[in-house]
Design a protein around this ligand. Structure first.
Ligand code: NAP
Length: 302
């Protein structure tokens, strides 16, 4: 008799007496980008070059680096990207008017506004001006609502990247206990919704959660996006858990670290993502992916 072996890894069966497998975000990103490159090629053959418009306001140094990375990723895959840079004191109405023009531009398939915006901006209003068909960051209320009911068009890039990493490693989500630490609109909340949609049992923790460890210790899959170095210590993690570290923190000595004590936790987990080189490369990759998807939808309607 043949017995089918399932190819998924579950947190409860993997990782005992072993050091965690480090999930290579660059490798997963390369695979997704190769798929995007193929799709872009066939769109270009049909006369459609996927186009991304990036809006940046002010001189935030980190934002400039993020935008440069996004432009580079687009170029690598064959997309056309255009950056619209505004001075920090630009009125909100001017930026909104630019977005409305881009909404009508048939050569622009995706629009993103680099956050944070200067304090005088009404962020919700600016994001709301982006056509939901071009909302490749997935922050428009229409797409957020789509996440809630399980049929969003453009999932937000960071949690989408985490989902792709879990898929790449064949990590089973269905029926698993997932704990998400961090409840922001761009990472924690959409992450929780996306994994719930995959039939995980999800718990969300935040800064006011009492005794964080009592929740994290139950996680088969622990996703951490709090922005606090060393928030997650080995004693807070179940043996064999899958640990995804979204956090990016710059230490006073210049080192870049996540929210998880990587060296300690990797001796207990079955899988772990590094910082840098984990979720980071996936975020920009999923932006490219969403832009190609927007261009495909546009081409299908044309
Ligand atoms: P955010 O908007 O500041 O949200 C942080 C969340 O973590 C909040 O919900 C906060 O709780 C919670 N939190 C803070 N301290 C906590 C603690 N001690 N215990 C439990 N929860 C705590 O940040 P974000 O934009 O979601 O980003 C989170 C981290 O991910 C940052 O380090 C950011 O740089 C990084 N990030 C990385 C990528 C990537 O591509 N790898 C992308 C985006 C963000 P309250 O809601 O109660 O305040």
């Amino acid at each position: 008799m043949l017995i089918a072996l399932h190819t998924f890894t579950t947190a409860s069966t993997a990782g005992r007496n072993m050091v965690a497998k480090v999930i290579d975000g660059h490798a997963v990103a390369r695979q997704v980008r190769a798929e995007c490159r193929e799709l872009t090629k066939s769109l270009v053959e049909r006369g459609v070059t996927p186009g991304l418009a990036v809006i940046i306001v002010g001189e935030n140094a980190a934002s400039r680096v993020y935008v440069a990375n996004k432009v580079k990723a687009c170029t690598e895959v064959g997309l056309k990207s255009t950056v619209y840079a505004f001075d920090a004191d630009t009125p909100g109405a001017t930026v909104e008017a630019a977005i409305l023009r881009l909404n009508d531009d048939p050569e622009v398939h995706g629009i993103l506004v680099q956050l944070p915006l200067p304090a005088h901006f009404d962020v919700r209003r600016v994001l709301g001006a982006i056509s939901s068909d071009k909302d490749v960051d997935g922050f428009h209320l229409y797409n957020v609502g789509g996440l809630v009911v399980g049929d969003t068009v453009f999932p937000p890039c960071t949690p989408y990247g985490v989902q792709k990493m879990l898929e790449y490693e064949n990590i089973l989500v269905e029926g698993q206990n997932v704990v998400v630490v961090g409840a922001s609109n761009i990472v924690g909340k959409p992450m929780a919704l996306m994994l719930m949609q995959k039939d995980a049992t999800v718990c969300i923790c935040h800064a006011k959660t009492r005794d964080l460890a009592q929740f994290t210790i139950l996680a088969d899959i622990l996703v951490v996006a709090a922005g606090k170095p060393n928030l997650i210590l080995p004693q807070m993690v179940r043996t064999g858990a899958v640990v995804i570290d979204v956090g990016i923190n710059r230490l006073p000595d210049g080192r870049l670290v996540g929210d998880v004590d990587f060296e300690g936790v990797r001796r207990k987990a079955s899988y772990i993502t590094p910082v840098p080189g984990g979720v980071g490369p996936m975020t920009v990759t999923m932006l490219v992916h969403n832009t190609v998807k927007a261009a495909q939808r546009h081409a299908a309607l044309a």
